[in-house]
Structure formats: structure tokens, C-alpha cells
Write a protein that binds this ligand. Structure first.
Ligand SMILES: C[S@@+](CC[C@H](N)C(=O)[O-])C[C@H]1O[C@@H](n2cnc3c(N)ncnc32)[C@H](O)[C@@H]1O
Length: 375
């Protein structure tokens, strides 16, 4: 899907980088202007402020340089018609009747804000999936899921002793920046990740395909947070990516990332996967039923679905929709043909900055479920 910003998918990476630099530097300029408007007595009480703004500007400069490389590497992402970047409702498309110039300017400014916030999200995804600062988050989420696949494989290979790890097919919908599928490939499984966000694919593609060796790049993912900041050091701390060599996977690995909406992309792929693994992939909104139904269709009878989630809704229930409870969600899972063999509550976070004054923890079920065989 072409984002409502009016930017085509082909244009998106470079437009987003351009907007990011413009928006972030303009934000710093506004802050500096506000600082300069203070009385000289007040300014004297804040000697750290201007150096903090300069340090942030330097970090953004480095981010922009890396982003250009990331954008250049984006040509290898297939342009599925099903890709998305988050949209703001009611944006006119490029084909809308032309607007008076003031509105056009507002629209252009909003478009840049939206693109820039996508890029900021991209940095936090890179830090979560491909840096040492994301390790704790990943351990809490990915470790139990990977262990569940290991156990499912061991069980399956007891009944079918010729089943090799590379013939055990695992699907990861909502794969984000690609670390979870990569961890599974590293353990020898045949894996396909599916992701509908162009931003997640963009940064994941960079880590998986454009980088060889550890710590190839430095990013500053925390410079964008302007409130809840403990210190300049916390905001401007550098993060090396990746924390592993992404090429460190078996030579003949069967590994793919599919760009698109999982529900549409796997229509007709019935009984094709030994396991589905999803981490915070689906939320409790309206689409959840079709997601669960599709998972149930694509797994082989006797196959496993291990998931952490669903992702709690962040709109606080403000948006229209049916807003299911976790209990209702788990009921759908059972009624779509799964027997739960493990269920516990886990506390996880997603892209939260551990050094921020405000950090969001999520309480979610961790479930291992088996698709019932036809009786
Ligand atoms: C909260 S993120 C989690 C990403 C990753 N699993 C992780 O743990 O970091 C949820 C991801 O699922 C993706 N997603 C949601 N619905 C999807 C769908 N129907 N098809 C493909 N991707 C989807 C979103 O684009 C988003 O990147």
C-alpha cells in the first residue's frame, strides 16, 4: 500500500531520510530559539543546554549519513502492493484536488513529520533487533520462542527420524527487523519471515543483506526523545549495529523475508508449515480473528504455534473497534483448532529505552499451542 503521505514506496526511503534530517534539525533550532528567548539570568542557570543541543545535532548528522546508506540498499526490497507505513487518517492523496497553498504547506509539513517519525521508529527497531542494547528485550521474547521451536522439532523428529532441521519449516509473521527469523535460521531451520511495514523491512534488509561483520555501523537511536531524558550522556549514547555477524548462518540456509500482509500473502498456503512463531505481532484489534484463522490454516495438523502477545493496544481504547480481551483472544485460538500445551505470563518490552525515565513494560501471554489433527 502506498502510504497516505502521497509518497510512493520507491520514493519512500530517500524521502524519509530527507524529511528526518529536516524535521530533527528544525526541532533543535526551535528549542535553541526558545532557550535564547530566556532572560540572561535564566540562561546562566542552564550552561549544559547549548552543549546538549550541539551533541544531539552531531548525532543526528551521523544518523543521516547512515540512513542514506540504508536507503541506497532498499532497492532489493520487493515492492509488494501490500506494504504499509503507518498512516494518518484523512490525508489527501496526490490525486486529490489541489489545495490552497497554506493547506498544501501544512500537508507537506505533516508528511515530513510522519516520515521522520517512521525513521525514528526504524532506529529503535534496529537497536532492539541488532544491537547489544536490545539483548535483554530479545532474551525475554525470542529465547522462549526459539526454545519452543527446538522442542517441537525434537518431538517431530521422534516420529519421523529422517526429518532434518533444514526441512523443518518455520514461519514468522510480523517479523519486524528480522532478528527472530535469523535466530531460527542460525539454529538450522528453514525459515520465512513476513513483515508489512516498509520501515521494519528497510532496516532489517540493511542488517541482513548489506552488512558483514559485527559493529559495522554506529547509530544514535535515543537522541530523538526530548522528554524523560536523564542526561546528555543517556540521550547521545552510541549504539553499534549489528551485535552479531548477520552472515553467520549455515551456508545453505533456506531463509527468506516476505514483504506484505501475512493474511493475504499466505492465502492458499494451507498445511504448509511445521511451526509458526510470532512475537507481539498482532494486536487485540479487529483484524485479530483473520490473523488467527490464517495461522491455523497454514500450520500442518500436529504443528505448533508459539507466540508472545498479542500486542496490547496503545490507543487506550479510544479508537473505534471491538477491542478484545486476552481471554477472548485465547478463546479464538482454541476455537480455531489449537490445544494449548503451555501458557504463562511474561513481562516484556518493545523498543523501550532502558535509560529513559519512562519505560513501558508489557504483560503478555506466552503460549505454545498445537494444531489439532482431524479426528
Ligand atoms: C510490535 S512489532 C513486533 C515485531 C517483532 N516481532 C519484534 O518482536 O520486534 C509488530 C510487527 O508486526 C507487523 N505486522 C502486523 N500485522 C501484520 C501482518 N498482517 N502482516 C505482516 N506483518 C504484520 C507490524 O508491521 C510490526 O512490524
Amino acid at each position: 500500500m502506498v502510504p497516505d503521505t502521497g509518497v510512493t514506496l520507491r520514493q519512500f526511503p530517500h524521502k524519509a531520510v530527507e524529511s528526518y534530517g529536516e524535521v530533527e534539525f528544525a526541532r533543535l533550532d526551535r528549542k535553541l530559539a526558545m532557550f535564547h528567548a530566556l532572560s540572561s539570568e535564566d540562561k546562566q542557570l542552564l550552561p549544559e543546554f547549548e552543549p546538549r543541543m550541539s551533541a544531539i545535532a552531531e548525532c543526528i548528522e551521523v544518523n543521516v549519513t547512515l540512513l542514506s546508506r540504508i536507503a541506497d540498499s532498499a532497492t532489493s526490497i520487493s515492492s509488494s502492493s501490500d506494504l504499509s507505513v503507518p498512516q494518518e487518517n484523512g490525508h489527501p492523496t496526490p490525486n486529490s484536488p489541489s489545495l490552497p497553498s497554506e493547506q498544501t504547506t501544512d500537508r507537506a509539513a505533516e508528511e515530513k513529520q510522519l516520515l521522520s517519525s517512521e525513521i525514528r521508529r526504524g532506529f529503535t527497531l534496529l537497536a532492539r533487533d541488532w544491537s547489544a542494547v536490545g539483548e535483554q528485550q530479545r532474551d525475554a521474547c525470542y529465547k522462549p520462542l526459539v526454545e519452543a521451536v527446538d522442542s517441537a522439532y525434537k518431538e517431530a523428529s521422534q516420529t519421523n527420524q529422517s526429518l532434518s532441521r533444514d526441512a523443518f519449516r518455520v514461519l514468522v509473521p510480523g517479523a519486524g527487523a528480522g532478528r527472530l527469523p535469523w535466530e531460527l535460521v542460525r539454529r538450522g531451520f528453514a525459515v520465512e519471515g513476513c513483515e508489512s511495514s516498509f520501515t521494519a523491512l528497510l532496516v532489517g534488509n540493511y542488517a541482513l543483506n548489506s552488512v558483514s561483520g559485527e559493529a559495522a555501523s554506529t547509530i544514535y537511536p535515543f537522541v530523538h526523545e526530548q522528554s524523560n531524558v536523564a542526561s546528555q550522556k543517556a540521550a547521545t549514547r552510541p549504539v553499534s549495529v549489528p551485535d552479531v555477524n548477520p552472515k553467520d548462518i549455515p551456508n545453505v540456509a533456506d531463509f527468506a523475508m516476505r514483504a506484505g500482509n501475512f493474511v493475504h500473502a499466505y492465502e492458499g498456503h494451507d498445511n504448509a508449515w511445521d511451526a509458526v512463531v510470532s512475537c507481539l505481532a498482532f494486536d487485540l484489534g479487529d483484524a485479530v480473528i483473520e490473523h488467527v484463522r490464517r495461522v491455523s490454516q497454514v500450520i500442518k495438523p500436529g504443528g505448533m504455534w508459539a507466540f508472545i502477545g498479542p500486542m496490547p493496544c496503545f490507543d487506550g481504547g479510544q479508537m473505534e473497534g471491538i477491542h478484545l480481551s486476552v481471554e477472548e483472544f485465547l478463546g479464538i485460538v482454541r476455537r480455531c483448532g489449537f490445544t494449548m500445551v503451555k501458557m504463562e505470563e511474561v513481562e516484556v518490552s518493545h523498543t523501550a529505552d532502558a535509560e529513559s525515565l519512562r519505560s513501558i513494560q508489557l504483560r503478555c501471554p506466552f503460549v505454545v499451542a498445537v494444531k489439532e489433527r482431524p479426528s
